[in-house]
Each structure stands twice: as C-alpha cells, then as structure tokens.
Design a protein around this ligand. Structure first.
Ligand code: THU
Length: 134
C-alpha cells in the first residue's frame, strides 16, 4: 500500500462521512504494521458529544478486528490540510508511537509527519507499565 493509494482510500472514505451538523467531511485510511488497511469517516450525532472523528473510526475498526500497530494513517478533510484533533493524536499514540501521519488535500498534495512531531512529550502506555507490574 503506497502513500497515494492510502490517500485515495481516505478520499473514498470521506465520501461516506455522516455530517448533517457541521457539513465538514473527513476521511481516514490507515495501514497496519501487518499490512492491513482500514478506513473511517466522521459520524456526527444530534446530541453532538458522541460524534466521532474519521481517524478514530478507522483506528477502532482496526483494533476491534485484531490489528495491533498503526504504521501510517492518511487524513483528508474539507479544510486546506485537515490535521488530526488532539484526541485523535492521543489515540494514534496508543497504537502507533512511531506512526507516520499524512495530511492530504489530494494524492499529489500532501504533507507527512511523525506522530512525535504532532504530539511531542506525549504520555502513553509505557508510562503506566511500572504501576501495572504489581
Ligand atoms: N473531525 C474529524 O473527523 N477529524 C479531525 O481530525 C478533525 C475533526 C470531524 C469531527 C466533526 O465531525 C467535524 O470534523 C467538525 O469538527
């Protein structure tokens, strides 16, 4: 799965966004370390707070199907380079400390980051390991 293909999958997923309130469509596509691909879109709920971002839809789909580690996640939104929100960055951190994040306007127009660039000095599973040993 190359970068352009992953972006194309995110664009396809974006079309499925359920966004009656914001009208802001987001799509995400991720590839795991094992090479499996999962996609997601944002889904909005009338009472607002249950709304879920495209990135978390894709990640929770992946983890619930047995995936272990995110290698790369591509995000496509309605703004010029839509970046993952803070909550999604933390969720990516949980399952992809070394993940690559692609924010794309199109297959040709994209930027690439490491999770560490977007979430420096992060808190993650390793921080709790010592407390969980007893
Ligand atoms: N949204 C995402 O799906 N991903 C992001 O990274 C940013 C925000 C969604 C949530 C909501 O449905 C809409 O965009 C407006 O915030």
């Amino acid at each position: 799965m190359d970068k352009k293909e992953l972006i194309r999958k995110a664009i396809e997923a974006q079309q499925k966004a359920y966004v009656p309130y914001s009208k802001f469509k987001v799509g995400a596509a991720l590839v795991t370390e094992e090479g499996d691909v999962y996609t997601g879109c944002n889904i909005e709920i009338a009472s607002y707070s249950p709304t879920i971002c495209a990135e978390r839809t894709a990640i929770f789909k992946a983890i619930s199907e047995g995936a272990k580690k995110i290698k790369t996640i591509a995000v496509v939104g309605d703004s010029d380079f839509t970046y993952p929100c803070g909550v999604c960055r933390q969720v990516i951190r949980e399952f992809g400390k070394d993940a690559t994040i692609i924010v794309a306007n199109s297959e040709e127009d994209y930027k690439e980051y490491k999770l560490e660039d977007l979430l420096p000095y992060s808190f993650g599973p390793e921080d709790l390991e010592k407390n969980n040993q007893e």
